[in-house]
Design a protein around this ligand. Structure first.
Ligand SMILES: [Zn+2]
Length: 155
């Protein structure tokens, strides 16, 4: 479903590449894990679930940078091998439509709303958040694990 009001923002390629370098160097906070199930290892760069057997890097990512009340860092996966950054940025990624909570933040990076996208789908929640002028961006996270999935910005 294409839309014209928001854009999906996967993590930057530089962040994925840095994680691969850190893992290669043996950094203690960058674990290399082999996916052993089809729905447990989401790559935040290509925005796809890893297939069993694919190697993934697990590392901490500061979704809200330090120095603010809502600062937050937590574990995310990226593919250990180079992958293509998600490019269909006018479409909410099909593989992450289920099991997500959406959070709206203002320009001070304070959380101003949060909703689980049940039934109506994530696009409707995003549209509603973006209709509030104070919403600066939206974060998508896992309902079950709390991990950061992607950012959504207003076009
Ligand atoms: Zn990937």
């Amino acid at each position: 479903m294409k839309n014209s009001s928001f854009r999906i923002v996967p993590i930057h390629t530089e962040i994925a590449e840095a994680a691969r370098r850190e893992a290669e160097a043996g950094a203690s906070d960058h674990a290399v894990i082999t996916a052993d199930s089809p729905g447990g290892f989401p790559c935040r760069h290509c925005l796809r679930w890893a297939q069993p057997g694919e190697r993934m890097i697990l590392f901490p990512y500061a979704a809200i940078a330090p120095g603010r009340p809502y600062s937050e860092s937590g574990p995310i996966f990226v593919h250990a091998e180079p992958c293509a950054r998600y490019a269909a940025t006018d479409e909410f990624p099909l593989e992450f439509r289920e099991g997500r909570v959406l959070r709206a933040y203002n320009s001070q990076h304070d959380m101003i709303a949060a909703e689980v996208a049940n039934g109506e789908g994530p696009e409707a929640v995003i549209e509603r958040f973006l209709q509030r002028p104070e919403t600066a961006f939206v974060h998508v996270r896992s309902v079950s694990h709390g991990c950061y999935t992607m950012e959504v910005e207003r076009i």
